[in-house]
Structures are given as structure tokens and as C-alpha cells.
Design a binder for this molecule. Structure first.
Ligand SMILES: Cc1ncc(COP(=O)(O)O)c(C=O)c1O
Length: 338
């Protein structure tokens, strides 16, 4: 039987990159999530959340999927919903790029556009309110809710986590993972620590994101950071946080192109910038594994456009320390349930 397209989600390549970090002998291995059929890591939670919903009866042939996302997750759900002949409405706001909006629509999804700002000056609360209204109005509507759905992190525990454990040729000392809903870091951290208990899990966040309690502020880079603390975040799973700016992320993207011929998305540049900042704190023979979430073509108008960041934002520094060690209490014991 010929497999269907979404059976190609996951099993992405793990490659060793040659990006030099000063004189350090750091080895860097990266999961290239751009190889998913929808072009990003979000194919994994989209397909897993939908499959689990079908398995437990919440999603049927007549379901109308609803999600608040302006980026990769909406594109991934739109692609899978089209293949499965399910209705999908994406709730988006003015921060969506033209390119992403067009992709969501090309896959046949409906768009609900929210443009009233909430009390915090963003659109998130307004988008959630619109989702709740759609759940009341649309027949058979189901909200996947990537911020709180445990199948989001499970998709990464069973996906990226399992594949890294299977494919790494040496034991990693550190994992660097970008954060937004925190599904990736929660799932990956848990699986890697089961295999390598001494591994240090480093979250890569952007200045202006509130995930780890720093003050919120303007952020331009899509895909990474958040203006609310995701319900599924459990900081016991994370050892350290490194903050990078939009400009540093942009420089990181250009380094990946220059040194590896790899055209990756904005947050892949954040990872490279974060490792660079951490070099003085890392052992000289550190072995790092990381996840590069998406491909660069979606960012031609942003991180690959030299006019994207205004001059005054280029020299911007974090208002707080750009590195933080998180206080540890006890780590949860159960594997995929917590
Ligand atoms: C484009 C992109 N998608 C997904 C992720 C992972 O985010 P999440 O925490 O939502 O799993 C990131 C994080 O860096 C990202 O940049």
C-alpha cells in the first residue's frame, strides 16, 4: 500500500554541524525538523493531537477543528485536515505574516481574524475569546489547544526524544531547545533524561518572552517565546535558560547559511546565538544536541531581509541577565502523564 503523506511526519535527519564556536571543541548535533512534509516541527504535534483525538472519539468525520495559531501549527493542521477531509478554522491576528496566511488559506482552512488588542496590549486573550465563541457557534467544533494538550508534549517525547536516543552516536552533555508552547522541551527533556540522566537541558527563549518570569516586551521573531506561561511548562525539567535578542537570532541564521549552507527559520538562529553565548560556561568538550524547528523560506521577508530590524533594535541587549540557572525542586517521576 502506498503510504499517505502524513505518515512521513517525523523521523527527521539528525546531522552533525560544523559551526565553529571559538576554539572550543564542541560537537553539535541537530534534528532537522524542516524535513517534515509541512516544513516544520509542528507537523508532529498537529498529527499526534489529531490522531489521539480520533483514537479517543473526540474527533470524527464531522469534526470542525479550531486552533489559535498564526504560524507553523496552523499550517500543519491545515495540511493534515485537508488530507483527512476535516474542516479547520485558524484564529489569527495582525502579527501573522502574509506568507503564512496565504499558506493556511491555500490548504483550504478558514481564517478568523482578530484585530482587537487585549488588556495586555497583545492579541492572545482576544484570540482565545474568539476560539471559545467558535466552540459555541460551530457545530462539532474541537479545540486542539496546543498550550495545554498533553498530546503536544507526548508527540515530542515519542518523536524527537525517541529518535535522538536511537540515533545519537555519543552521549550528549547538553540539549538546547527553543521554547514557545513548551511542548517540545517538555517531551524531549523527559525522554533524553531517561536515557542520559546527567544531561543538562537548556531552554532558549527570546528577550520579551514571559515564559520564565521575565518582563514581557516587544518581540519580532515568530515561532519562539510567548506572552503567557504555557500550562504544560514544568520548570523542574529544565536546568538553564538562555535569552537571545531578535538581532542575535538573525545573526545566528546567517551563520548557519554561511557555514553550513543551511537555510533555517528564525529560531534556529536563536539556538546558534544561545550556544555562542554559553560557550564560556560549557565544558570544552561539550556534546550538544539541538532541534532546528523549521526551514528558512518562510522568513525571507524577516530574518533574511536586511531591512527587517530597525537600526535602534540591532544593538538591543537583554534588560536582565541573559543566562539563568533554574532552581530545582524534585523532578516528576511518571513518564508521559504529568
Ligand atoms: C518555529 C518554531 N516552532 C516550534 C518551536 C517549539 O516550540 P514549542 O515550545 O511550541 O514546542 C519553536 C521553538 O523554538 C519554533 O521556533
Amino acid at each position: 500500500m502506498i503510504p499517505n503523506l502524513y505518515s512521513f511526519v517525523g523521523d527527521t535527519p539528525l546531522v552533525e554541524l560544523e559551526v565553529p564556536f571559538g576554539g572550543a571543541e564542541i560537537r553539535l548535533f541537530a534534528k532537522l525538523e524542516m524535513f517534515n512534509p509541512g516544513g516544520s516541527i509542528k507537523d508532529r504535534p498537529a498529527s499526534f493531537m489529531i490522531q489521539q483525538g480520533i483514537a479517543d472519539g473526540r474527533i470524527t468525520n464531522s469534526t470542525h477543528l479550531v486552533e489559535s495559531s498564526s504560524g507553523n501549527l496552523a499550517i500543519a493542521i491545515a495540511m493534515i485536515a485537508r488530507q483527512m477531509k476535516l474542516e479547520f478554522t485558524a484564529v489569527i491576528d495582525p502579527n501573522v505574516t502574509k506568507n503564512n496566511r496565504e499558506l493556511i488559506e491555500i490548504y483550504g482552512a478558514k481564517i478568523e481574524f482578530v484585530d482587537e488588542k487585549d488588556v495586555e496590549g497583545g492579541y492572545l486573550q482576544s484570540r482565545i475569546r474568539r476560539v471559545r465563541r467558535l466552540l459555541d457557534e460551530l457545530p462539532n467544533a474541537v479545540w486542539l489547544n496546543q498550550y495545554a494538550n498533553p498530546d503536544n508534549r507526548r508527540s515530542h517525547y515519542e518523536g524527537i526524544g525517541e529518535e535522538v536516543v536511537r540515533d545519537m552516536p555519543v552521549e550528549p552533555t547538553h540539549a538546547f531547545v527553543g521554547v514557545s508552547t513548551c511542548g517540545t522541551i517538555m517531551g524531549v527533556a523527559r525522554r533524553l533524561r531517561e536515557a542520559w540522566p546527567a544531561i543538562r537541558i537548556v531552554a532558549v527563549d527570546v528577550v520579551g518572552s514571559v515564559i520564565f518570569g521575565s518582563p514581557g516586551g516587544q518581540r519580532r521573531l515568530p515561532g519562539i517565546g510567548a506572552s503567557r506561561v504555557p500550562e504544560q511548562l514544568d520548570t523542574c525539567e529544565i536546568d538553564e535558560v538562555v535569552y537571545v535578542t531578535d538581532w542575535e537570532s538573525m545573526q545566528g541564521c546567517h551563520r548557519l547559511v554561511r557555514e553550513e549552507g543551511l537555510l533555517a527559520g528564525g529560531s534556529s538562529g536563536s539556538i546558534i546565538a544561545a550556544i555562542e553565548k554559553m560557550v564560556p560556561r560549557l565544558p570544552h568538550d561539550a556534546v550538544i544536541v539541538t532541534v532546528l524547528p523549521d526551514r528558512g523560506e518562510r522568513y525571507l521577508d524577516t530574518v533574511y531581509n536586511s531591512n527587517w530590524l530597525p537600526e535602534n533594535e540591532r544593538a538591543r541587549r537583554p534588560l536582565h541577565d541573559s543566562h539563568r540557572i533554574l532552581a530545582k525542586t524534585s523532578r516528576p517521576q511518571s513518564v508521559t502523564q504529568s
